[in-house]
Design a binder for this molecule. Structure first.
Ligand code: PLP
Length: 410
């Protein structure tokens, strides 16, 4: 008799965005003339920049010619893209890495989700609360999370406090944690970890023989020069951290799919005998077995992000989104809300007034202002009482939405 992986039965329903869509659809049916503005889903709205589009056309032409056609790509990426990334994103910041330490993929989510395959199911996992839900759900699937408790937390997961007074930065845990997910700039709170905070985390990981899975999918949105874009800007981080990055939000690749993972050669985990095992070697084995490479056309598209024109064009799109973030943040504050993030990240984290739940606030904002956002509870129990707005939207719509909120008698 075929049996299922029981861990999947433990997963809670992933209903956040479908429930948002359902409520919006009901509202639109009842109010067909309403102009609903979405500041809800974290997906880009601006098209690919010209340099990327040109590279895609050129690579497509190569694929149409027998002499320049490409079949299977190397599982861990073409050297032309690896070298370009390492030179621009790391070497220029004083970080030395070799081509064997970078793994090109189809975006950050799959590698973040699969990385647990090479780690023991007995490891204790720590996540911030609120959190990007992928970190938790993938560990539920792999049997690391334990049982879902009535408070919405999982029994075996260590939840890191992210207090408002500390600008939502993940605090060191009191319990030991073996695998620590850190996300900076953060989805959903829009907060960032500064150099001192990251240094503390690297120290913690070293002293506990833990590993940090550092998600910097939004690093391109950091405007404050003092905030590290890479965890490897912190001394010793190569011995304890994996870094996940993506072209999704950097260059509008959410529908193109390309990202990369850095697994330094210094990084080890331990086997049952306490002997050190190279995670770089295990991840290489994992990717060569379970992944057949990112499309040639896509890797040429990603390479074009680093040309002088590509850099200029992608920065201008990021500036466009960050101008939206500024409009949202300032508008919310003007309207009397407490709001956070939106300076080094495309997300604004709004504190809901009057003890309203985040779903009650969602309904009120939709019904009274025709604006869609994301209820904080969707990111974990500590998200209750908060609401996420995204800067990924058309700027005219953002201005309109914020005018509505300014004139709102909540
Ligand atoms: N990490 C964070 C924090 C995200 O918010 C997202 C997407 O929204 C991802 C990773 C995954 O991005 P992708 O798979 O598109 O690279």
């Amino acid at each position: 008799m075929i049996r299922v992986n029981e861990n999947f039965k433990a997963l809670s329903e992933n209903y956040l965005f479908s429930e948002i869509a359902r409520r919006v659809s009901v509202y639109k049916k009842m109010n067909p003339d309403a102009e609903v503005i979405s500041l809800g889903i974290g997906d880009v709205t601006e098209p690919l920049c010209d340099s990327v589009v040109e590279a895609i056309h050129k690579a497509t032409d190569e694929m149409a010619d027998r002499s320049t056609f490409h079949g299977y790509a190397p599982e861990c990426g073409y050297d032309f893209l690896k070298s370009t990334i390492l030179e621009n994103d790391y070497l220029k910041r004083g970080i030395f890495l070799s081509n064997e330490e970078i793994f090109i993929n189809d975006g950050a989510k799959s590698s973040l989700g699969h990385f647990g395959d090479i780690l023991s199911a007995d490891n204790i996992v720590a996540v911030s609360d609120p959190v990007y839900p992928v970190y938790i759900d993938t560990n539920v699937m792999e049997g690391r999370a334990g049982k879902l408790l009535p408070n919405g937390q999982w029994s075996n997961i260590v939840y890191l406090d992210c207090p408002r007074e500390k600008e939502f930065a993940a605090q060191l845990p009191e319990r030991r944690a073996d695998v620590i997910y850190l996300c900076s700039p953060n989805n959903p709170t829009g907060s960032v970890l500064n150099r001192d905070q990251l240094t503390e985390w690297v120290k913690y990981a070293k002293s506990h023989k833990s590993i940090i899975l550092f998600d910097s999918a939004y690093e391109a949105y950091i405007s404050d020069q003092s905030i590290p874009k890479s965890i490897y800007e912190i001394e010793g981080a190569k011995e304890v951290a994996v870094e996940f990055r993506s072209f999704s939000k950097t260059a509008g690749f959410t529908g193109v799919r390309c990202g990369y993972t850095i697994v330094p050669k210094e990084l080890v985990a331990y086997d049952n005998n306490g002997s050190a095992v190279s995670l770089n070697a295990l991840w290489h084995r994992h990717q060569s077995t379970k992944f057949n490479g990112t499309a040639y056309i896509v890797q040429r598209a990603a390479e074009a992000v680093y040309t002088p024109q590509g850099k200029e064009q992608t920065s201008s799109t990021i500036a466009y989104y960050m101008n939206n973030a500024k409009t949202i943040l300032e508008g919310l504050k003007y309207a009397g809300f407490r709001a956070y993030g939106g300076v080094n990240a495309p997300y604004i984290w709004l504190e809901i007034p009057y003890n309203m739940t985040s779903w009650a606030f969602f309904d009120k904002l939709l019904n009274e202002c025709q604006i869609v956002g994301t209820p904080g509870i969707g990111f974990g129990p500590s998200g209750e009482g908060y609401f996420r707005l995204t800067a990924f939207a058309n700027s005219n719509n953002v201005t309109k939405a914020i005018d509505r909120i300014k004139n709102w008698n909540i």
